[in-house]
Design a protein around this ligand. Sequence first.
Ligand code: PMP
Length: 281
Amino acid sequence: MIYLNGDFMPIEEARIPVLDRGFIFGDGVYEVIPVYSRKPFRLAEHLHRLQHSLDGIRLSNPHSNKEWSHLLERIIAGNESDDQSLYLHVTRGVAKRDHAFPKGVMPTVFIMSNPLLAPPAEWLATGVAAITASDNRWLRCDIKAISLLPNVLLRQMAVDAGAIETVLLREGFMTEGAASNIFVIKDGILLAPPKNHLMLPGITYDVVLELASANEIPHEVREVSEYEVRTAQEILLTSSTKEIMPITRLDGKSVGDGRPGAMFTLLHQLYQNYKSTVMRG
Ligand code: PMP
């Protein structure tokens, strides 16, 4: 069951007009929220980021946080899996094609849910491969915009190379992955690039840094150079649907000794413990 503009229906019945500005211009924003045991994880933080994205494209929020919570609750209840991945999407609505904002148009609101599948055990046991590429996206990567063409092309480069993610480099520094945040471990220190307009402020990224602080894991939030990425002991990828994963090959070369490292093992365990505590509470 999905939600579209006030109605709940099977996805096969959902229709939007071709003049929707999401379809014509990619003029909209979205969120992906993981649900564990039918409870949305870090909901307040995701709704806060949605507001930031809406502000960034100057679109007023069609719902209060309370309304969003109710809509999401109904979608969670209307879908089979206990663990789900909620996708919610707001566009500037349907209007005659013109780049400038239309007046008096209702935004389009769409919510769907997919089963949230745990990453394959093999990926966690042996790690995954990634490639690097030049970050050719715009300068507002902090907005979770539905116009994802650069991200689509960058991630396909990884798939074509038999890898699962593309680590993006801009002017000698790492920004993030095509669909994830990236951490680097150097000299036993967890390094995270600072949140700014060049990367999406990841919800999982925040959880990892909170866990690092709470558990006295040495960490620094600062710019991470391409050199540090290429000579890292470990590289970690984070996202709501992939959680924390070890990148053990970069551009065909081993990262560290080529196996998931101690920092990955520790943070992955802490993340699983944290999830269980939050979900019980
Ligand atoms: N950066 C980009 C470009 C992303 O698309 C995503 C989410 N898929 C992330 C980072 C990770 O964000 P989160 O932890 O909130 O899922």
